[in-house]
Ligand binder design. Structure first.
Ligand SMILES: [Fe+2]
Length: 388
């Protein structure tokens, strides 16, 4: 689509960020410049035992900041963890928050920001949306220690209550500042590197095929795809490969910005309901779903898939679209299988009886609405059936 064919569009460039090895050293100074004095530092038990939480706490204390630490975030952040971070924020009279961790920690902190600024429960926010203006300046620094979710720059948070898992979006949720330090990812194990890397690829793919036109979204989506596709294997096979780690971290960040500009596709739209009804991981669910949605999308998105295949060098410039698109699907499936990720929803705990509810929830997703080919509840149900 030529630029003059595209409807009016807006752009908000990502939040300010610093990128580079060792950039974590500037975190205290950054918070002080935001006006922070008392900080909630939220993280998980793994990073605590690895010593990273203490290192960051020391950097904050050295800048004269009071630090209250919470390290209870789990891989699928739940309401109780959001409440714990919020409660610490209130009882310690903090004025700022740092999320140190993967997407789970960043999203749990986003949930705490919503609790702080709205005073409402997550279920109420899920049901009624978010309309409140912030009651105070947001001072929220995100420090990703994985390269995957893009949550370090998006306006969205994926959160789970006892009733459901949903994506919440609000201007209050974009981190005020993001520190992208590839050295913080060097110890991430291969399995988690693969899982988060697949998420980056699916974000870039979803951005590039979403039905919402945005030339800058395409630009960052393509750059994220090119960098992630070229370095995911290296990052998994040698975690100490700082170049591959840097490329994946930048790809995650760029894909996250692409999500903000264009949204994603039904790969994510069909994934969130599976994660809502089971305890599977985001990546395992995506890994099962993507080939099915891509094949469903072929009549509409085949040429786009072919363009991506040529861009990442797995199809030649003269290859026919259908062959190049098929090569892209095969390439991504081979990557998933190489990483040992599941290929059926049954392995993730999905039962045939869940299909109507999965299909119903998929229709509520903005990602499903952004799919290049319209995907109604009947089509979603048929896809779920074939994936079990
Ligand atoms: Fe994702």
């Amino acid at each position: 689509m030529a630029v003059h064919d595209i409807p009016m569009f807006g752009v908000a460039w990502p939040n300010p960020a610093s990128f580079g090895c060792g950039s974590i050293a500037g975190i205290g100074d950054r918070l002080r410049r935001l006006g922070a004095t008392r900080v909630v530092l939220a993280s998980d038990a793994g990073l605590k035992s690895a010593g990273l939480v203490d290192r960051v706490a020391e950097l904050l204390a050295a800048a004269g900041l009071h630090v209250s630490t919470y390290t209870g975030v789990s891989p699928n952040p739940r309401e109780a963890e959001v409440e714990a971070i919020h409660s610490l924020w209130e009882t310690e009279a903090c004025d700022s928050v740092v999320a140190l961790g993967g997407g789970s920690t960043i999203d749990a902190v986003k949930g705490a920001c919503l609790r702080r600024f709205t005073g409402r429960s997550l279920d109420s926010l899920f049901d009624e949306g978010i309309h409140e203006a912030p009651r105070e300046p947001l001072r929220f620094v995100a420090v990703p220690t994985t390269s995957g979710t893009g949550s370090e720059t998006t306006l969205g948070a994926v959160l789970k209550t006892p009733r459901r898992k949903l994506v919440l979006r609000s201007e209050h949720l974009r981190p005020t500042f993001t520190i992208l330090d590839p050295e913080l990812v060097l110890t991430l194990p291969p399995r988690a590197t693969a899982a988060t890397g697949i998420d980056v690829l699916m974000h870039a793919l979803g951005v590039l095929t979403s039905n919402r036109p945005h030339p800058l979204g395409d630009m960052v989506g393509a750059e994220a795809m090119r960098r992630a596709a070229g370095h995911i294997r290296r990052a998994v096979e040698n975690g100490k490969d700082i170049e591959a780690r840097s490329e994946m971290m930048l790809a995650s960040y760029l894909a996250g910005h692409g999500i903000h500009l264009k949204g994603v596709d039904a790969i994510h739209g069909l994934s969130t309901p599976v994660e809502s009804l089971t305890d599977c991981t985001h990546a395992d669910s995506l890994g099962v779903i993507f080939p099915h949605v891509m094949r469903f999308n072929m009549p509409v998105a085949g040429a786009r898939y072919a363009w991506i295949a040529r861009m990442i060098g797995i199809a030649g410039p003269d290859e026919a679209d259908d062959r190049a698109a098929a090569a892209l699907i095969a390439h991504l499936v081979a990557l998933r299988d190489h990483f040992g990720m599941p290929s059926r929803l049954g392995a993730l705990g999905v039962q045939p009886s869940m299909v109507p509810e999965l299909a119903r929830q998929a229709q509520l997703s903005a990602a499903t609405k952004g799919n290049p080919r319209a995907l109604d509840a009947a089509a979603a149900a048929a896809l779920y059936e074939e994936m079990i």
